[in-house]
Ligand binder design. Structure first.
Ligand SMILES: Cc1cc2nc3c(=O)[nH]c(=O)nc-3n(C[C@H](O)[C@H](O)[C@H](O)COP(=O)(O)OP(=O)(O)OC[C@H]3O[C@@H](n4cnc5c(N)ncnc54)[C@H](O)[C@@H]3O)c2cc1C
Length: 446
């Protein structure tokens, strides 16, 4: 069987590449060993947000009196929340399948093996291709902490399918995934403890925003142990004992459930990637150019596999860039305005550089900060909730970074990303007419 493009992996990178290549009139085969949609759709972005939305609705009902509405009996059913999540996934997976079918993409269910740059083997069949786009994604990293093999722990997958509310949950790793689960289980009334090795949660996110979010969740009862190294796990009488050490000495926490969320890393073994002899970076990731092409002409690597950003929206854009290169359409990948969102309640969203990154690069910058209460809409819809909008600019007022704490930060950040990508100045916001009242008007106030 011969195709112009073979794509390995049906996550956001793979299915976007397949759809774009199909639309461009190329013959395309896509291999997926589990479920179309990849981690994002089946066990990542979408399921977490589905659960978090249920938690948000529950929170609204519990705090409805803030808006002069009384809800007499508010409760949740975790089993039904999980069923709804599965329904949402099913619907979206079908949607992807329909889009690929519409572009005449051949979908092969099975594990692909790369024999060489023009040959992929799946089952008993061999597939020839002119171009190959490898999008096998990433996997959860389980830290080799003493005792980890002797205890039961959750990864995000277990946390997303668990139907019984635990009394307590310890989360090792206070990054984005850890904090989204902390938020979800805190809303459900679970006693949550977050253990984080760094000095602040949400590494890579603006420290001031992360600290504000942490103090908000601390007020809601989440315990944070920062600058804390987990040293061992042990079975306890009522769950798992997590031993740790920090500046105050050693200690332990016992929790009914334990979630490990210390990070993810690219899946590079087990499917013949080594047969391509691709050049690697110093950090042992696959080296790619601005068109997502590897050191082997005609072979592209997109999404989590290249280890650059590990976000679904980056994967999507990278896939488009790769296909554009194949069809000789002028395009290149830019990483300067990739938004990062933490879907807690309130959300944090960031794009561009942080103060920490600017300091590390010894670059001068100015900070402009405004409480979100400068937006009338924000005040109307966020009773007793504070938020912050922080913009970093250079000496010419060019926008370098935008960081928002407050809903709906995930929606607002798109506008900020466009400004950064286009090299705009702070004063440029004033040239645009914003609908009133909207939370985005905060940008015109800066
Ligand atoms: C809990 C969680 C929450 C997340 N939330 C967000 C979020 O809110 N926003 C965001 O941007 N990102 C989020 N992410 C990250 C996001 O899921 C990934 O960045 C995204 O899925 C990467 O897409 P990808 O196409 O590179 O890889 P994946 O989605 O990992 O897809 C790779 C696919 O390749 C298949 N595959 C692998 N090897 C083979 C083979 N040999 N043959 C055939 N098929 C193969 C796999 O089965 C998989 O389906 C989250 C991740 C997790 C775990």
């Amino acid at each position: 069987m011969k195709y112009q493009v073979a794509i390995i992996g049906g996550g956001p990178a793979g299915y976007t590449a397949a759809e774009a290549a199909g639309k461009a009139g190329l013959s395309v085969v896509l291999f997926e060993k589990n479920s179309l949609g990849g981690v994002c759709l089946n066990e990542g972005c979408i399921p977490t947000k589905t659960l978090l939305y249920s938690a948000k609705v529950y929170d609204y009902t519990r705090h409805a009196s803030k808006y002069a509405v009384s809800v007499s009996d508010s409760s949740y059913d975790l089993g039904k929340i999980i069923s709804r999540k599965s329904k949402v996934i099913r619907k979206l997976v079908l949607g992807i399948k329909a889009k690929l079918t519409a572009q005449q993409v051949t979908i092969v269910s099975g594990e692909a093996y790369i024999a060489n740059q023009h040959t992929v083997i799946c089952g008993d069949e061999s597939y020839e291709c002119d171009y190959m786009i490898v999008c096998t994604g990433s996997e959860t990293f389980i830290p080799p902490i003493q005792g980890v093999d002797q205890i039961n722990y959750w990864t995000h997958r277990d946390a997303l399918s668990n139907k019984e509310t635990p009394s307590s949950l310890a989360i090792v790793g206070g990054g984005v995934i850890g904090m989204e689960f902390a938020s979800f289980f805190n809303s459900l009334g679970v006693k949550v403890t977050v253990l984080e090795m760094l000095d602040e949660i949400l590494g890579g996110i603006d420290c001031e925003m992360a600290a504000l979010l942490r103090s908000e969740y601390a007020k809601r009862g989440v315990t944070f142990l920062l600058a804390t190294r987990v040293t061992a796990f042990e079975k306890g009488d009522n769950g798992t004992l997590i031993h740790y050490e920090n500046a105050e000495g050693t200690g332990k926490v016992e929790a009914e459930k334990l979630l490990l969320s210390v990070g993810r890393r690219p899946v590079m073994k087990g499917f013949g990637l080594e047969n391509l002899n691709l050049e690697l970076t110093e950090r042992k990731s696959v080296k790619i150019d601005e068109h997502m092409q590897t050191s082997v002409k005609g072979v592209y690597v997109c999404g989590d596999l290249n280890g650059v950003s590990l976000l679904a929206h980056t994967a999507v854009r990278e896939a488009e860039v790769a296909v554009h290169h194949i069809i000789n359409e002028s395009d290149k990948m830019s990483y300067q305005a990739i938004p990062g969102v933490v879907y807690t309640n309130p959300e944090i969203a960031s794009v561009g550089l942080t103060e920490e990154a600017l300091k590390a690069a010894d670059r001068s910058y100015k900070v402009i900060k405004l409480p979100m209460a400068y937006s009338g809409r924000f005040v109307a819809e966020n009773e007793g909730v504070n938020g912050l909008c922080k913009v970093l600019v250079d000496g010419d007022d060019k926008i370098l970074g935008v960081h928002i704490l407050g809903n709906p930060a995930s929606e607002l950040i798109v506008m900020a990303g466009m400004m950064i990508e286009d090299g705009r100045k702070l004063s440029d916001w004033k040239r645009y007419v914003f609908p009133h009242p909207t939370v985005g008007e905060i940008f015109r106030e800066l």
